[in-house]
Design a protein around this ligand. Structure first.
Ligand code: IFM
Length: 466
């Protein structure tokens, strides 16, 4: 395979999000978030945990920056907790909340780590939800004001800004399937939510350009290559439909200024749009959504293999035996990372791409954290190695990939799954808050230091002839 060609200036990072690591949900003037509220309802979080303490990063952030320094990463993707900055959703800005991020940004820069800031990683102020949350167009103005407050304070030092993380998850898991906060089940509402998210992205990009001149702004999408389970026309059509609602519903407006016509027709056929159609789209919205950005963030975890369900609706199937799946039930499919990056480049031509999340949940051997040294996690090491190889292949094919962020720096609150799913390069003991490196942390550290992927075959170091 030879030496990898990751371009100079490549961002090697780790990623987290505020609600998943910070804890301290009632400190420093922070308001309630929709995830605080959702997690307080029995049954909503599978293991009964909640994010009130999580990794206690709010108090331990210096220790966590030190972990990153030891990894040798040069970038850290984290998110700002919206209700720390605007506890009531609108109006008064909580300067104390911004102080926390101000200190974090300075701490990162002092450690030689570039802050890569996400504004919305799902923890919407509950006060906004009480007025409809993302179903209301007023959320667009609220988000724009929030983007303004944060970028006024941090725009002099933060060079990379993400507006939203994975709008599909917000809209479809939160408002269609009821599996995420706020727990609604309304397919039509989800499309309205998706539109408001995209519109607020466009508005926020304008604000970021004003408050952080010269910085780069983009959005992060969860993307998967979609394959039909069989070659039957029904399965192929189901794959097309799935691709339309999962990938193209977001990519097409962001890069082409229009929702995909076939996917709109699917939604009408499924009764998800009433006679009024896309009545939430106002003149000027689509041009705003398509405001040019500096990069697209791609979160990649797996491919989607799809067959037609009884009513023709796309149904995702598990294409490999259960013992080959991660603890999330997801297939590790490294080639899919190369495939989605090449597709995005070919069909949408973003100015640059970052892999803003990639990683796997695996449990540890029972006694592992007690043993000395790093915790063995060979499956995570192999996952990272194979995906970085796929990223390298995409670069070799001309994809403008500029960064890679492993999910995640440490175990954290995995939304509806709770703390039972562990994605961390570092193990977190939630009773003591002790962080312990896994072997994958050391592997990633060494990989970054080498800046290369070794040959699969053993290296033979032969003496050069004089
Ligand atoms: O933990 C999440 C993250 O918040 C968003 N992307 C997927 C990760 C793993 O499920």
């Amino acid at each position: 395979m030879g030496v990898a060609a990751f371009p100079a200036g490549f961002l090697w990072g780790v990623a987290t999000s505020a609600q998943q690591i910070e804890g301290a949900v009632a400190e420093g003037g922070r308001g309630e978030s929709i995830w605080d509220r959702y997690a307080s309802v029995p049954g909503n979080i599978k293991d009964g945990s909640d994010p009130s303490v999580a990794c206690d990063h709010f108090h331990r952030w210096r220790e966590d920056v030190e972990l990153m320094r030891e990894l040798g990463v040069n970038a850290y993707r984290f998110s700002i907790a919206w209700p720390r900055v605007l506890p009531s959703g609108v109006g008064r800005v909580n300067a104390g909340g911004l102080d926390f991020y101000d200190a974090l940004v300075d701490g990162l820069l002092a450690a030689g780590i570039s802050p890569f800031v996400t504004l919305n990683h799902w923890d919407v102020p509950q006060a906004l939800q009480d007025h409809g949350g993302w179903t209301s167009r007023a959320a667009v103005d609220a988000f724009t004001a929030y983007a303004d407050a944060v970028s006024r304070r941090l725009g002099d030092r933060v060079r990379h800004w993400v507006t939203h993380n994975e709008p599909w998850c917000v809209a479809h898991l939160g408002y269609e399937r009821g599996a995420h906060a706020p727990g609604h089940r309304s397919p039509g509402g989800a499309l309205r939510v998706a539109h408001h998210l995209l519109l607020s992205h466009g508005r926020a990009v304008e604000v970021l350009r004003r408050n952080a001149p010269g910085a780069e702004a983009g959005i992060v999408l969860l993307l998967s290559p979609v394959e039909a389970a069989t070659d039957s026309p029904a399965d192929r059509d189901a794959a097309r439909e799935f691709d339309g609602e999962f990938n193209r519903w977001y990519l097409d407006p962001l890069f082409g200024g229009a929702y995909p016509a076939d996917a709109v027709a699917d939604r009408v056929r499924r009764g998800h749009l009433d006679g009024a159609g896309l009545d939430f789209v106002f003149p000027g919205d689509m041009a705003c959504i398509a405001t040019p950005t500096d990069f697209l963030g791609v979160n990649y975890y797996s491919r989607a293999v799809v067959r037609a369900g009884p009513d023709g609706r796309p149904l995702q199937i598990r294409p490999v035996p259960d013992d080959q799946l991660t603890d999330m039930g997801w297939e590790a499919h490294p080639r899919g990372l190369r495939d989605i990056l090449v597709r995005v480049r070919d069909e949408y031509a973003p100015a640059a791409i970052h892999v803003t999340e990639n990683g796997a949940a695996f449990g540890d051997p029972p006694a592992a954290p007690a043993a000395p040294g790093p915790i063995a996690d060979p499956r995570r090491v192999e996952f990272l190695r194979a995906h970085l190889e796929a990223a390298r292949d995409a670069i070799a094919e001309g994809v403008p990939l500029r960064g890679y962020f492993a999910w995640s720096l440490m175990d954290n609150f995995e939304w509806g799954e709770g703390v039972a799913r562990r994605f961390g390069l570092h193990h977190v003991d939630y009773a003591t808050q002790q962080r312990t490196a896994r072997a994958s942390a050391h592997w990633y550290r060494d990989f970054i230091a080498r800046g290369a992927i070794e040959d699969d075959a053993p290296q033979h170091h032969t003496r050069r002839r004089p």
